[in-house]
Write a protein that binds this ligand. Structure first.
Ligand SMILES: [Zn+2]
Ligand SMILES: [Zn+2]
Length: 199
C-alpha cells in the first residue's frame, strides 16, 4: 500500500517538475536525432528512384485510370502516392524516434519505452509514457551542477532545490516573497532558501 502511495507521489512529483519545463514544438523536434531524418530522406529518394524506374520501363501496375495517360502524368501520380505514404510512415517513425531520444535524455530506458509504446495497443503505451516520464535533469541555480530533479538539496553546494514555507511547510517557488498558501512574509534577501536546515 505504501509503495503504491510512493508510486502515485512520484508520478505527481514528475507532473509538477515537468510543468516547469518550458518548451516549444521546434525544441522537441530537435530532440529527435538528425540521423533519423537523414535516413528517412534517403529512403524517400530511393523509393522515388525505384518507382521512376519501374514506371518508365513499363513493368508495373499503375492504377487503372492512369493506363492511357502519358508517362509524365503516370510518374507524377505515382510520385504523389509515394510521397503520401512516405509522409505518413515518417510521422510514425519520427514519433517513436522522439520517444526513444526523449526517454534517453530523461534517464529512462529507450528500448523499454519504445517497445511499450509499440506493443500496448491503441496508443495506450505511448500515452502511458507521456504520463509517467521523468522530468529532465536540472541545473542547480546556485552552482550550476546537473542534479536529479527528485533531489531536495544540491549535493555539491547544499542549495535548497525545494523550498518550503517556514509556517505552513507547503512548497514555494524560487523568488516568492510571500507564501502563496498562508501569506507569511518570506526572507526578502533569500526568499527561496527559507527551509535550509543547519547540518
Ligand atoms: Zn549547487
Ligand atoms: Zn505558508
Amino acid at each position: 500500500m505504501s509503495s503504491q502511495g510512493d508510486f502515485v507521489g512520484r508520478i505527481q512529483d514528475n507532473w509538477r517538475q515537468r510543468a516547469a519545463e518550458r518548451t516549444t514544438f521546434r525544441a522537441e523536434l530537435r530532440v529527435i536525432p538528425r540521423r533519423l531524418f537523414r535516413v528517412l530522406g534517403s529512403l524517400y529518394f530511393v523509393a522515388l528512384a525505384v518507382v521512376a524506374l519501374v514506371v518508365s520501363t513499363g513493368h508495373h501496375k499503375v492504377p487503372q485510370h492512369l493506363l492511357g495517360e502519358p508517362l509524365a502524368i503516370k510518374l507524377l501520380a505515382m510520385f504523389g502516392i509515394v510521397t503520401g505514404v512516405a509522409v505518413a510512415l515518417s510521422v510514425i517513425v519520427l514519433f517513436y524516434g522522439y520517444i526513444a531520444a526523449d526517454a534517453k535524455r530523461r534517464g529512462m530506458s529507450p528500448v523499454l519505452w519504445v517497445l511499450v509504446s509499440l506493443l500496448v495497443p491503441y496508443l495506450i503505451g505511448a500515452i502511458l509514457y507521456f504520463v509517467v516520464r521523468e522530468p529532465l535533469p536540472m541545473n542547480c541555480p546556485q552552482c550550476g551542477r546537473t542534479v536529479n530533479p527528485h533531489f531536495n538539496y544540491c549535493p555539491a553546494c547544499q542549495f535548497n532545490l525545494r523550498p518550503n514555507c517556514p509556517q505552513c511547510r507547503r512548497a514555494l517557488r524560487s523568488g516568492d516573497h510571500f507564501c502563496p498558501h498562508c501569506g507569511v512574509t518570506l526572507q526578502p534577501d533569500a526568499p527561496a532558501q527559507v527551509a535550509a536546515p543547519t547540518p
